[in-house]
Design a protein around this ligand. Structure first.
Ligand code: GMT
Length: 381
């Protein structure tokens, strides 16, 4: 198939999933056209069958905001005219489902080219935080209704979409996935020693894009409670985003600067996860929690909020420990339990890895997307 994939290239799970899907599909012999404003940060080396198309959005002083929907639709039209797309797959509904719809209307009107079938994948905040905001609801719901196929990354997100947007169509749940050959524990004693710095014996890791939904204040507070009992524990904060400054302030105010390492954005987190004892994700909302899945793939148990799709990823009591989002004391107690009980920690870590292998590997999930594309093409009217 000739498949166009639209995604955000900046750091974020939806872009990571779209890029992994693009790479896997190209590896399975499809021609993939990845369309984004910037080179997705996990695109990696050149791969036959995978072409990147940059969306350029010109600035003009009259406009307060760049007209991204128009430039994206325009790029899609040009790519479709040049290569003849079978499927156009938008990741993240806002505004990608709208641009997808617009591009297809233009192609239908101008004719002379194959009209791709439109698939939209809902990732989370495009529904739960933004899509359900009255400023967006009608347009987002319309884009979803007009797509030929719609997928959601968890049952929870599917239910949220029906409830929040009132859409009435079928939505297929296809969970997120990882390349299990790449995402696996690669332990380095040297890295662990350097992070433990002769002073710490346990490492807790949080990876995110530091948006308010990730609740850095909860990350720091849980760690403060853990440190009070286990001063030999260090927190690794990995990632960049609007709340990084806030995280740094909170760490300082709590007198924890010596025990927290702020490592900034990292292309690959496998080495850091592989030397971690516990992964901490106390988000307010999480439709799936790809960061938790990445930790699990590296044999690391997860302590997280029991919200959204996280219970579909982390099996409470088996591959991690889940708590109500406000139960920070409970999360701290779970972290302390895991770092104090090596047997429990390693058995939960192994169970986490097994879960990833049994349910979330690319070779299980990517064929589900291929099958869905075929269904959508089969339904072409
Ligand atoms: O909202 C974000 O933090 C970014 C967003 C994204 O663009 O990736 O994350 C959402 O999609 C991910 C990939 O499907 C999921 O793993 C995240 O759980 C989801 N974030 C939220 O629901 C908060």
């Amino acid at each position: 198939m000739n498949i166009g994939i639209i995604c955000y290239g900046s750091v974020g799970g939806s872009g990571v999933v779209a890029t992994e899907l693009a790479r896997s599909l190209a590896g399975r012999g499809h021609q993939i056209h990845l369309i984004s404003t910037e080179t997705p940060f996990r695109l990696g080396e050149y791969q036959p069958g995978l072409t990147f198309h940059r969306v350029e959005t010109p600035a003009y002083p009259l406009f307060r905001e760049p007209q991204y929907v128009l430039s994206l639709a325009n790029t899609v039209v040009r790519v479709a005219r040049k290569v003849g797309l079978d499927i156009l797959h938008a990741h993240y509904a806002i505004p990608h489902a709208t641009a997808e719809y617009l591009a297809i209307q233009i192609l239908k009107k101008t004719g002379g080219v194959r009209i791709p079938r439109a698939v939209t994948t809902l990732h989370g905040t495009d529904i739960t935080l933004l899509g359900s905001d009255p400023s967006y609801t009608e347009a987002v719901a319309f884009g979803i209704e007009e797509s030929d196929g719609v997928t959601a990354v968890s049952e929870s997100l599917r239910a949220d979409t029906f409830r929040e947007l009132g859409v009435k169509r079928d939505i297929r749940v296809i969970p997120n996935f990882l390349d299990c050959g790449v995402h696996r524990r690669r332990f380095s004693q040297a890295l662990r020693d350097s992070l433990c710095n002769g002073r710490f014996t346990r490492l807790i890791t949080h990876v995110s894009n530091f948006r308010p939904v990730k609740r850095v204040e909860a990350v720091v507070e849980v760690f403060r409670l853990v440190q009070a009992v286990r001063p030999d524990t260090r927190l690794l904060l990995v990632g960049e985003g609007p709340d990084v400054g806030k995280a740094s302030r909170l760490v300082q105010q709590a007198g924890l600067s010596d025990s927290v390492a702020m490592l900034g954005e990292q292309d690959q987190v496998i080495s850091l996860l592989s030397v971690s004892d516990v992964f901490l994700l106390p988000s307010r909302q999480e439709s799936f929690g790809l960061a938790a899945l990445e930790a699990m793939a590296c044999d690391v148990p997860v302590v997280a909020s029991r919200v959204g799709g996280l219970p579909e990823v982390v099996n409470d009591g088996e591959t991690g420990l889940l708590h109500a989002p406000d139960d920070l004391a409970g999360m701290a107690a779970s972290v302390i339990r895991l770092i104090s009980d090596e047997l429990l920690r390693t058995s939960m870590g192994h169970a986490a890895r097994r879960t990833v292998e049994q349910r979330f590997c690319a070779d299980l999930i990517v064929p589900k997307y291929e099958g869905y594309y075929r269904e959508v093409l089969g339904n072409a009217g």
